[in-house]
Ligand binder design. Structure first.
Ligand SMILES: [Cu+2]
Length: 249
């Protein structure tokens, strides 16, 4: 029995326990063998081998337990139910380490009450939910579903144009604006890596799982990984009294 046979197991702790077991085997060989039946000695060797495999397995399991993926903290955006939907983040403040993530989800029961997680990092990029948009008077709008109690809001302007009061895509969709002002849209349920230099990071409207179709193109969660230490305050753009913060150490 030589130490080399254990090398394949890699890490030092496993190597060390294998060495100790080998020393024990050598000790047994030298001290006990001369006065012992060969069969009994083989039995003892087998016990040692079984034990050492057990120790190695234990070490492998411990190593696996230590190699967990980076932490993701969950924060509820809203809650309650259709009668009394909540407009709070729970917990309102979370503390994490750099490189860790936060996932926001919407646990409101049976109510399509949307929320957003919106970081206005330069304190100067507040986006309005309703956005005035200039459209030609010839533009036809068809409210959906047909026959529903929906209609476009148009304010006649000059020169054959009207102002349509629509929903601002920069609140409705997941989107980031970097330090240079570049706007980049993301898919629903975005997983964004925050550097802290952005002007604006928005989750888009997200709904309880199964109710996303109430607002086409929206999702039910938002995840941000925080690369740098700092205090990151955010707000729900639909309920601006709904505030929260992520403190990154
Ligand atoms: Cu909200």
């Amino acid at each position: 029995m030589k130490n080399q046979i254990w090398y394949g197991f890699g890490d030092f702790a496993k190597y060390r326990s294998a060495v100790l077991l080998n020393r024990f085997v050598i000790y047994m060989t030298n001290i006990i063998t001369p006065n012992m039946d060969k069969f009994v000695f083989i039995k003892m060797i087998m016990i040692v081998v079984v034990t050492s495999v057990g120790v190695l397995q234990h070490n492998i399991n411990n190593t696996t337990a230590q190699e967990q993926p980076a932490t993701t903290v969950k924060v509820a955006a809203g809650g309650g139910n259709a009668t009394a939907p909540w407009t709070i983040f729970v917990p309102q403040k979370v503390e994490i380490s750099a490189g860790e993530s936060v996932t926001w989800y919407n646990p409101t029961e049976a109510a399509a009450e949307p929320h957003t997680v919106t970081f206005m990092l330069d304190n100067n990029t507040m986006a309005g939910v309703v956005s005035p948009l200039l459209v030609a008077n010839t533009t036809k709008f068809i409210p959906l579903p047909p026959g529903s109690n929906n209609e476009e809001l148009l304010i006649p302007d000059k020169g054959g144009m009207s102002t349509l009061m629509g929903v601002n895509a920069r609140t409705y969709n997941p989107v980031t604006i970097d330090s240079s002002g570049n706007v980049k849209y993301m898919n629903p349920n975005a997983n964004y890596s925050m550097t802290g230099t952005e002007k604006y990071v928005n989750s888009g409207w997200f709904l309880p799982t199964g109710l996303e179709q109430q607002y086409p193109g929206s999702g039910n969660a938002f995840t941000a990984t925080f690369e740098k230490p700092g205090a990151y305050n955010y707000v729900c753009i639909l309920h601006p009294w709904m505030t929260g913060s992520v403190v990154v150490n």
